[in-house]
Design a protein around this ligand. Sequence first.
Ligand SMILES: [Zn+2]
Length: 453
Amino acid sequence: MANRMTRSLNTLLALGAIGLGFWVLPGDSLGFTLLGGSLDLGQRDYRFFNNFTDPSANSNTVPDPDFPGALGAELAIWKGAAEWNSRLHGNGGTDSNHPDGIGSGVANFDSFYTGLATQVGGVNDNTASQISGFSGIHAYLEFPIGDGWRMRFYEGPDSWQDQPNPIHWTGAFQWDIQGTMTHEYGHALGLDHSSVPGATMGQGTAQGVNLRSIEADDIAGLQFLYGPLSTSKPVIDTYTLSNNQVTLHGQNFHATNNEVWLTQRVAGGDGTPIQIFGLASQAGGTELTFTFPAAAKAGEVSVKLPGVANTDLSAPFPIDPQMEPYYHLPRAYGTSKTTSSGTLPVIHVLGVPSIQHGTFELVLASGPTFGQGIVLSARARNNMPFFGGTLWISGPIERELVFTHQFGFAQLRVPFPDGAVPGESRFYQVWFADPGDPQGVGLSHGLWVTFAE
Ligand SMILES: [Zn+2]
């Protein structure tokens, strides 16, 4: 306890001065600095004790489908930490102040929100809460962090705000919970203050709203501590439900020994997530099925591989046991048939397939040199030998588009099926002529596309 310190002095400089609209650290222009230490996989969990007293701290009643089950200050706290995660939280949330999405870290770092706490907790309990009074600063973090941390938001003279959009704000004496959390969680994971203007760990304005989005200097500090994002990390792309069975769809799951983490249903506990141990994966490490436990609730889900490396924990994915994701990014599955020229064709969607646009853009690359092709679609996936390759779609198959490609490349506008609704999934595959192939047929991998509004 004697070594216990707080980030209060520097926080005074940073957040206190942010309130005044300026902050200069003399002679320091190197960018990010370190607090000492980092968070191992046993300290990635965090909790929130919702004792904020300002009515405006818990006035947001608009749910965000990428952060299910949380409103008010809890939603703001969760979003603030999630910004440091290695990839978008679901589709990145619906935050007009952060249109490129929440989850910008691109490092081997991911947090895990375990749920609400019932008390302030000890100095190593990884819990955020309000503290009464005011000392010239808005919030502080108690460290060293290696064995855990505690975060306090001063009640203060300003009112805490949970709004996703500051346009609704009514006055100057207001402070943003989400932006402040993003900054303080940067301390929790090991960053000290930066001298780079605009960095979340540096200077802030606009009542902390502009701290919500981490910047290049923050990402550089995060990558220094945890390493740039590795392709070996497990990834959750989406999930499907069948009664109480959840199937996670993703990549790099362990063959026999995965751990699943979920957000706790009942407030309290010791901060450990709800865990399921020893799960085997299916479909070559791309699927993981488990029964949603009664002790868990809508929140987030992560997969942890055996081991203690930063690459052994996936980014959390939002999960609601009552419904499948309204939308997820288009997801490739299966393998392409090698063309007669030795290439592996790739198809992907450009941007968000939004029904209101009437069509979406599908790109074919690495096909045979030139020829004709057909975009096919169906309602279900498949895995059936077909013309020397694999048919990846099943059920009534629609011919969406006939096209001519050149140099193995085509950029196509694919119409949505009649009556398409937001959240509907369809599965696509491209068939093309390949005169050099013994059967004259080329086949892409499958592409799972969920339609957006
Ligand atoms: Zn600070």
